[in-house]
Ligand binder design. Structure first.
Ligand code: 6PG
Length: 241
């Protein structure tokens, strides 16, 4: 198959799921656990659709009972709220035991919530060499990823793995997010981007060497970076990737 052929949304889901399941197998073989961060938006549903296509044997071989699922970003809302990424992941990624999905404590104020989640991230990552095995990200039409928004001061955060944000330009305003250093330290980072609303930021990220979009600042230090992009999301690019 032409590796540069532009993909359908279904093909993106299968390739992303294949990345997820093979990262899980490799991490569990090496360290007995798979620490993975996921974003909200359409990402969980896409991973689930791809996993379904891969089939039950592929999922079983990836031992989801050994995964620890954390959040690339989370809205500080009750866990059963319609905006909760925890709720989204729990209800879609049903193959992960509920107790392996690490939720925020939404009863805390946003600063304390970030502090508390950082301690949960630290504890989880202590089982996987102090870095995420994999981080799966979406991209907003404005080029944001996780809850790192264009021009926001959090893009320069270097001290914390998890930071609070109380002025998110996209509602709800109060969130916590992984910061760039912890994302860039991961063994693998993958973006999953579909739809023409992503065409302009993707063009900027891939074709503007001086792009300042948050998505362009994701550049793993020593890990792998993959982009899974469907045809509409790739449509503004001149180059073929
Ligand atoms: C948010 C979203 C966001 C999402 C991107 C891509 O809280 O703002 O979770 O970060 O990942 O906007 O969204 P889609 O995958 O739905 O296009």
């Amino acid at each position: 198959m032409d590796p540069h052929r532009r993909l359908s949304v279904g093909e993106v889901a299968v390739r992303a799921a294949d990345h997820l399941l093979s990262s899980a197998r490799a991490s569990i073989a090496a360290r007995g656990v798979f620490t993975v961060a996921v974003s909200g938006g359409s990402l969980p549903a896409q991973l689930v659709a791809g996993v379904r296509t891969e089939g039950p044997d592929a999922l079983k071989a990836a031992e989801p009972e050994k995964w620890i699922v954390l959040f690339a970003d989370e809205r500080v809302v009750p866990l059963d709220h319609e905006d909760s990424n925890y709720r989204l992941v729990k209800e879609s990624m049903k193959f992960v035991p509920e107790e392996n999905i690490v939720a925020i404590n939404p009863g805390l104020d946003v600063d304390k919530c970030a502090e508390d989640y950082e301690s949960k991230v630290t504890k989880a990552l202590s089982r996987s060499g102090d870095r995420f095995d994999a981080v799966y990200l979406g991209l907003g039409p404005d080029g944001h990823t996780a809850s790192l928004f264009p021009g926001h001061a959090l893009l320069s955060e270097t001290e914390h793995m998890v930071a609070p944000i109380s002025d998110s330009p996209k509602p709800p305003p109060e969130r916590i997010t992984l910061t760039l250093p912890v994302i860039n330290k991961a063994r693998a980072v993958a973006f999953v981007c579909t739809g023409d609303a992503k065409a302009d930021p993707i063009k900027d990220i891939f074709e503007n060497a001086n792009s300042t979009l948050p998505g362009a600042m994701v550049m793993p230090d020593s890990g792998e970076l993959d982009w899974f992009i469907d045809a509409p999301a790739a449509s503004a690019m001149k180059s073929r990737i």
